[in-house]
Design a protein around this ligand. Structure first.
Ligand code: C2E
Ligand code: CA
Ligand code: CA
Length: 718
């Protein structure tokens, strides 16, 4: 009879039962029965012996007598349970006393089951087999659960389930704290550590996926108790429990922070240039396909600038590769800052796509300039790049002067596919090289001619400002009821010594593109205030306003406000006599600062007019947004009056709304008597237009003012 069995990990080995009983005859009976049932048996006559045997070779089942002299069954059971591997071996108590207390005690000590004496030996073999089988199933379950926990830990994963009909919630995770949760977390807790801005959105998304019985997959960021920010993936689906008919939302939560970081790293490597941090060719192409639909829809132009450094190889050879790298990095930085400040070209608002620079080759860069209004914008950008790059670069004792050659192709004129546009920009770039480098060329020569003319115009305008070739004309405005003069609008003219009188349409747009408009604005305000002050002093201009147009993008409103105030003081003009006219487009570009400046001016007593109201940008809400005193109805509106009945009623409502905001309404472009009568009938306050008076030189207007004897003259046509 074997008293000890080698329990090895052999599949075919017999299961081993350890019998612990101080009664040798009972041990023998049981031993015999179990061996006959095909089991291996080990015997121990006391609790201590059992523990020693178990420690050496854990059996598959223990039959443990309750009443033994030294260490009783309960104590033995506890001791066995505490041994390594002892927690999941089935232990069956053999008890003579079948009373509730003993049974309870047995289970408390960790027993799996009990049998009572006298033992029914006929069935013992079967029961032993049953205990063994259920023990091993339980064991496997535990092993699987441990594996699952291990896997959950490795995958940083938790599992949750919510009964959508009863709202019962379960969450299982071995280390819930890594997911920002605890083992007692409820459904609400799933969302509590999500970043505040995202919390509601994610919750709604998962809730409504549950309601619609659709699968979901979202990721979001959570903030752990220690402040760590992690990215979580939550996905799952709704399943129906066949037995209860209840719907369950079943989901997993997984910490995918590292995965995300790796993804970002991969994206960076795939889409950015390591040296300069600029987007690479792949991202450039991707960006193109993103902005193309917008350009198609809006009919806007885009430009591709192909920029190649001149003689870069020489720098590389002379200063070494690492200096060459530094050159490329500073070129990238300069390009970035140009595009950042080049508002006309790179402004990306709602809907409007941004421009993008990329490094596509060793010393080759490309710019995709989205949102181009005119080829002039692109020429302006190219000029700024050339200018910025010739600033010398310093390397220790050396400095290098860089020049670039730029080729430009324009969508849609030069191609509708990026491959074609890049090729054509490249061709133009070679043309720029051939023309002695350090210049830019459009792919289409017609555009070069235009650029050339622009270049001249830029120089001529600058000279015009220096030489005092600008003058102001003044167009009168009249009260529609009395016909009395209420003010004039100052309108700029260019008296070019060669060409003669040039109207603002021919040069202001260009001045706006190249930034000269800011000096022009300053000059106009100064000149108009000076003139008004003279007329006031002469007694010709009592109670009249001088209207001054201010335009351009990138206006520094703070500076402008200070400037206007200074001019008023220096010229000694009462702020009540000045009216500034701005279009909505100008005010909307930098809304906050514009409002601040306008408020300051308005408080001083300056009138504020919204100009060209009723054209493309108009919105009635702007009347509330800006501190206005006057609304100027665009002339196109007035001129539509005869042709469309619609515009009549629209105009009427605009006038009424403006009045409800306490604004004075001035109609521009009044050319016919019919228009005048219609506007009078609509109680438009003031009128301006060729019918009543054309813009005239200062001398001419002064003549008219003089005749009226200082009371403000009455329009002849009223
Ligand atoms: P605006 O501010 O709408 O000025 C009114 C324009 O309408 C003037 O054109 C004026 O001559 C013209 N006009 C006046 N009455 C009639 C009329 O009955 N019928 C028609 N068809 N036109 C009329 P102008 O002087 O050629 O100026 C054009 C635009 O140039 C101005 O439009 C304004 O936006 C801008 N501008 C003119 N002077 C200045 C200035 O000193 N500074 C700035 N920033 N912009 C100016
Ligand atoms: Ca105006
Ligand atoms: Ca206007």
């Amino acid at each position: 009879m074997p008293t000890d069995t080698n329990i090895s990990a052999n599949k075919d080995r017999k299961p081993v039962v350890l019998i612990v009983d101080d009664d040798a005859s009972l041990r023998l009976q049981i031993h015999f029965t179990l061996e006959n049932a095909g089991l291996a048996v080990v015997e121990a006559s006391s609790g201590e012996e059992a523990v020693a045997l178990f420690r050496k070779n854990p059996p598959d089942l223990v039959l443990l007598d309750v009443i033994m002299p030294a260490m009783d069954g309960f104590a033995s059971c506890r001791a066995l349970r505490a041994l390594p591997g002892g927690s999941h071996t089935p232990v069956v108590m053999v008890t003579g006393l079948e009373d509730a207390v003993t049974i309870t005690q047995a289970f408390e000590a960790g027993a799996t089951d009990f049998i009572s004496k006298p033992i029914n030996l006929l069935v013992l073999g079967y029961r032993a087999r049953y205990w063994l089988r259920s023990g091993s199933i339980l064991n496997e379950l535990k092993i699987n659960q441990n594996r699952l926990f291990k896997a959950q830990d490795l995958a940083r994963l938790g599992h949750w389930e919510r009964d959508l009909d009863t709202d019962e919630f379960q969450f299982t995770c071995h280390s819930p704290e890594i997911l920002g949760l605890t083992s007692h977390s409820c459904y609400d807790d799933l969302f509590s550590s999500i970043e505040t801005e995202e919390r509601e959105r994610i919750r709604k998304l998962i809730d409504s996926a549950g309601d619609m019985e659709e699968p979901w997959s979202v990721h979001y960021r959570i903030i752990l108790a220690g402040g760590d920010v992690r990215t979580m993936l939550n996905n799952g689906e709704v399943v129906r429990d066949d037995s209860t008919g209840h719907r369950h939302a079943i989901g997993i939560i997984q910490d995918i922070t590292e995965l995300k970081q790796a993804e970002e790293k991969i994206r960076y490597l795939a889409f950015y240039d390591n040296l300069t941090g600029l987007p690479n060719r792949a991202l450039f192409l991707e960006h193109w396909s993103n902005v193309l639909p917008y350009a198609r829809r809006s009919g806007k132009r885009m430009a591709v600038l192909f920029i190649d450094l001149d003689h870069f190889k020489r720098i590389n050879d002379a200063l070494g590769r690492s200096s060459g790298d530094k050159v490329l990095i500073s070129v990238a930085d300069r390009l970035k800052s140009i595009l950042r400040t080049s508002d006309i070209i790179s402004r990306s608002g709602e809907e409007q796509p941004a421009s993008l620079i990329s490094r596509v080759g060793g010393d080759e860069f490309t710019i995709l300039a989205a949102n181009i209004a005119t080829p002039g914008h692109i020429a302006n950008l190219a000029e700024r790049i050339i200018k910025a790059l010739v600033e010398p670069l310093q390397f220790g004792d050396y400095h290098a002067v860089l020049t670039v050659s730029i080729g430009i192709s324009v969508y849609p004129e030069d191609g509708s596919e990026i491959g074609t546009l890049l090729r054509n920009a490249g061709t133009a770039m070679h043309e720029a090289k051939a023309r002695g480098r350090n210049n830019y060329q459009f792919f289409q020569s017609a555009m070069n001619d235009a650029a050339q003319a622009r270049f001249h115009l830029g120089n001529r305008l600058r000279r015009a400002l220096e030489n005092g070739e600008f003058v102001l004309y003044y167009q009168p405005q009249f009260a529609s009821r009395s016909g009395r003069l209420t003010g004039v609008e100052a309108l700029i003219r260019w008296l070019d010594p060669e060409v003669g009188l040039i109207l603002p349409d021919k040069f202001l747009l260009f001045a706006e593109e190249n930034g000269l408009i800011h000096s022009i604005n300053d000059w106009v305000v100064r000149e108009a205030c000076r003139q008004a002050a003279r007329w006031v002093a002469a007694g010709y201009f009592t109670g009249c306003r001088m209207g001054v147009n201010i335009s351009g993008s990138n206006i520094d409103f703070k500076r402008l406000g200070v400037q206007v105030k200074e001019i008023l003081e220096e010229e000694g003009l009462d702020p009540q006599c000045l009216e500034v006219e701005l279009t909505e487009r100008v005010m909307m570009e930098n809304t906050e600062e514009a409002i601040e400046m306008l408020l300051t001016l308005k408080e001083m007593g300056v009138s504020i007019a919204i100009d060209d109201f009723g054209t493309g940008y108009s919105a009635l809400s702007h009347l509330q947004l800006f501190p206005l005193t006057t609304l100027k109805i665009d002339k196109s509106f007035v001129q539509n009056l005869q042709t469309s009945g619609n515009s009549h009623s629209l105009l009427y409502s605009i006038i009424n709304i403006a009045k409800s905001f306490n604004l004075k309404v001035v109609a521009e472009g009044v050319e016919t008597e019919d228009q005048r009568l219609a506007l009078c009938a609509m109680e438009c306050d003031e009128l301006q237009g060729f019918l009543l008076g054309r813009p005239v030189s200062c001398e001419k207007l002064e003549g008219q003012l003089k005749i009226s004897g200082g009371q403000g003259f009455i329009s002849r046509s009223i």
